[in-house]
Design a protein around this ligand. Structure first.
Ligand SMILES: Cc1ncc(CN)c(N)n1
Length: 213
């Protein structure tokens, strides 16, 4: 079994809880409360900053030119389209400028920022990939539902960011890269990747929980 599948299977309970979370159900149904969405997106904007920095660390620490380019292209996409989405969505939800820039960080957001900062500072490519893969693969999983898009553009766009051929190809590339690096890592390296992967899955579930206050 590929290492990525092994890691996902080892964290199936928390993974499935996140993918089937009430927040995801309500987003798809178009019924997520504006206050819940505002809390989630405000926290996610802080997450995004750490995520962009982590992608930068992945670009710097990749051991081959080909994956470095794949990572760099995705970094450009996130810094452009996704950042623009946050501006429009938080305008619509009437989140004030100070609340956007420096809200009180909820514990899962703080946990994610610490996990990403730790991986970034370690320059451990395997650990960096483990966080990136959870964040993208788990989102691709919940966004892959075979259901009609919600009518609200802000809801539908957040789903659309995490599905479609380009996003699926990106997640497949991350999986292949984690499998390659995991295969070449020793016992200690794989154990570090597994620990980071498991922590990130727990944080994804907690991040959705936290949107409900
Ligand atoms: C918390 C979280 N995890 C993952 C993603 C998708 N990159 C996100 N936007 N936010």
């Amino acid at each position: 079994m590929p290492f990525s599948d092994e890691l996902r299977a080892a964290n199936a309970e928390a993974w499935d809880a996140a993918v089937g979370h009430r927040f995801v159900d309500e987003l798809w149904a178009g019924t997520v409360d504006d206050a819940v969405l505002a809390r989630y997106l405000t926290q996610d904007l802080q997450f995004l900053d750490g995520f962009v920095a982590l992608l930068g660390a992945a670009v710097a620490s990749a051991d081959l030119p080909e994956p470095r380019l794949v990572l760099a292209r995705q970094l450009g996409l996130i810094a452009g389209d996704e950042d623009d989405y946050f501006t429009r969505a938080l305008d619509r939800l009437e989140v004030s400028a100070p609340d956007r820039r420096s809200p009180e960080l909820l514990p899962p957001t703080r946990g994610f920022l610490e996990l990403m900062d730790g991986a970034r500072r370690s320059a451990d490519y395997g650990a960096i990939l483990a966080v990136l893969l959870v964040a993208e693969w788990l989102y691709a999983d919940w966004a892959a539902r075979d259901a009609p898009s919600p009518a609200d553009r802000i809801h539908a766009e957040w789903i659309d960011f995490h599905r479609g051929p380009a996003f699926t190809t990106w997640v497949a590339a991350l999986r292949a890269e984690l499998d390659r690096v995991g295969d070449g890592a020793g016992h200690g390296g794989r154990a570090r990747m597994a620990a980071v992967f498991g922590r990130a899955v727990e944080l994804e579930r907690a991040f959705f929980d936290a949107a409900y206050g």
